[in-house]
Write a protein that binds this ligand. Structure first.
Ligand code: ADP
Length: 489
């Protein structure tokens, strides 16, 4: 099967978060089982060119419609980790992909709408006829709309679309002129059962368009699939998702064990695994040395997170204080985009700077995160919502016990030590429900109490987590089932 991944991100060359990891990990796994996969990305100037193989021009003069003009584009291809990638570069005064970053520009909707049209134009022109076009999040939602409304008749009628929702908190809600930009008819599409935003009838909701026009829609965990259909986590799209229930499901993400494996990780000083757990103690000492934490008989409670509303920042701050009050050490690695949140954590960093049991590293540091996972005993994940979450899966692989809120993918992967209905060998962490300090405190107290008073039982929880299989192998099979179900036979 020929599968075209169309995305705004692909790790490690264009990554802002979990989406990049998913596109990369899933594509590689599909290739490993013999599928023909190619990735289509904007040709950002911020690509990690040092990780991209030799590039070659594929098309030098692609004309892409933009309102009533057309914009010349170039398409280059290159291998990234054996994965064939196409980069669409536009040559216009808009400099769509020359902004030094992936997202966060005032005209993001225009930039990615243009990308959608350009990808289809490139496929048409270069004779690419994917069996499946797999699109991700609001940035690529116009691909299925354009495919159905324009490109089927032009020659792409054999392609079917699988559309994955990685975070329903970002839907791409914009003015209707975006439709004119890409050559779509607002009169046909600005109606309640197509692209009209459920909350504001004057606006276009791109993610809704992706849901309506795709052949199959999924999100990244079964629990989040239920939550966005039946609770306000759907952020206005609950009704649309229920209407399209028959083509909607949840597929849990995997993680890439070539990157996240304590037995082979080159970023940590001592390899370890479930059968050689003492190696973890060496990494704990190394983490303490790196962060200048005291050597003491205390558990290290870690946080590795974007410091964002979604991640429950108020509970993270409480958790840091509570862990110290309970005689633990704290190691936090986090970056905030919001200036107010950044300031709150900067102040906390200042107040704890002289404390030998607390270190806050306010940065995004992928390499250091490996040592955090290798050295920590517990990790706090008090998310308000969590489509899937990779942090808890990485933590488990490194023998770190998660203390997490029972939402989204966290509920599908973390099984409570005391209250789960799972067999003991599958229990791997501590869960709480209410979005309150008391609820987080209670779960942390159980975790810390177990570490202190029943170390053998705590050790078993670590090992249970390390044995869990969160590789891409099962999710890739589930995606293949979806592709087989929707493809033209
Ligand atoms: P999201 O994509 O919503 O941020 P996920 O749990 O799906 O959350 O993925 C988070 C990924 O980003 C994990 O790989 C985690 O290790 C990494 N990460 C988060 N914050 C940092 C940071 N400050 N430094 C390094 N890596 C981080």
């Amino acid at each position: 099967m020929y599968i075209a991944m169309v995305s705004a991100e692909c790790a490690p060359i264009a990554k802002a978060g979990g989406l990049g990891d998913v596109v990369h990990g899933l594509s590689r796994e599909l290739m490993a089982v013999g599928e023909d996969v190619e990735v289509f990305l904007p040709g950002y100037d911020s690509l990690r060119f040092d990780l991209i193989g030799a590039r070659r021009e594929v098309v030098g003069d692609l004309q892409v419609a933009y309102f009533d003009q057309s914009i010349p584009c170039r398409v280059e291809s290159a291998l990234v980790d054996d994965l064939n990638c196409y980069f669409i570069e536009s040559e216009s005064p808009h400099r769509f992909f020359q902004r030094g970053r992936i997202y966060g520009e005032a005209d993001d909707a225009d930039r990615f709408a243009f990308f959608c049209r350009a990808v289809l134009e490139f496929m048409l022109r270069s004779g690419k006829r994917p069996d499946i076009i797999h699109c991700h999040d609001w940035q690529t939602a116009l691909v299925p709309v354009l495919l159905y409304e324009r490109y089927t008749d032009l020659g792409l009628g054999g392609s079917r679309v699988c559309y994955s929702l990685h975070n329903v908190g970002y839907q791409g809600v914009v003015g209707a002129s975006i439709l004119l930009q890409v050559g779509l008819d607002p009169d046909r599409l600005m109606v309640p059962d197509r692209l009209q935003d459920p909350g504001n009838p004057r606006l276009v909701n791109l993610m809704k368009g992706g849901i309506v026009f795709s052949n199959f829609v999924n999100t990244v965990s079964p629990r989040y699939a239920w939550e966005i259909q039946h609770t306000d986590q759907g952020m206005g799209l609950q009704g649309v998702l229920r209407t399209h229930d028959r083509k909607f499901g949840g597929v849990l993400n995997g993680i890439d064990y070539r990157v996240w494996n304590p037995e082979t990780d080159t970023h940590i000083p001592e390899p370890f695994g479930p059968d050689r757990l003492p190696g973890k103690a060496v990494n704990k000492r190394a983490l303490r040395r790196r962060l200048r934490l005291a050597e003491a008989a205390k558990p290290i409670v870690a946080v590795v997170s974007r410091l964002d509303y979604q991640k429950g920042v108020h509970l993270l701050r409480f958790g840091v204080d509570y862990a110290m009050a309970q005689g633990c050490q704290v190691a936090l690695l986090g970056a905030a985009l919001d200036p107010e949140v950044a300031e709150q954590f900067r102040r906390m960093q200042e107040q704890t700077a002289a404390n030998p049991d607390c270190r806050l590293v306010l940065a995004y540091d992928e390499e250091l995160s490996h040592l955090f996972y290798a050295g920590a005993d517990m990790i706090l994940i008090p998310s308000i919502y969590e489509p899937c979450g990779l942090t808890q899966m990485i933590s488990m692989k490194y023998g770190v016990v998660p203390v997490a809120r029972r939402v989204g993918g966290l509920a599908d992967t973390v099984f409570d030590a005391n209250y789960s209905d799972r067999p003991f060998e599958e229990r791997n962490g501590f869960l709480f429900d209410d979005l309150t300090e008391a609820a987080l405190g209670e779960a942390m107290e159980r975790a810390i109490g177990l570490w202190r008073h029943h170390p053998e039982y705590f050790r078993q929880l670590r090992i249970n987590g390390m044995h869990a299989d969160h590789s891409w192998s099962r999710p890739a099979r589930e995606y293949l089932d979806i592709y087989a179900h929707i493809r033209v036979q």
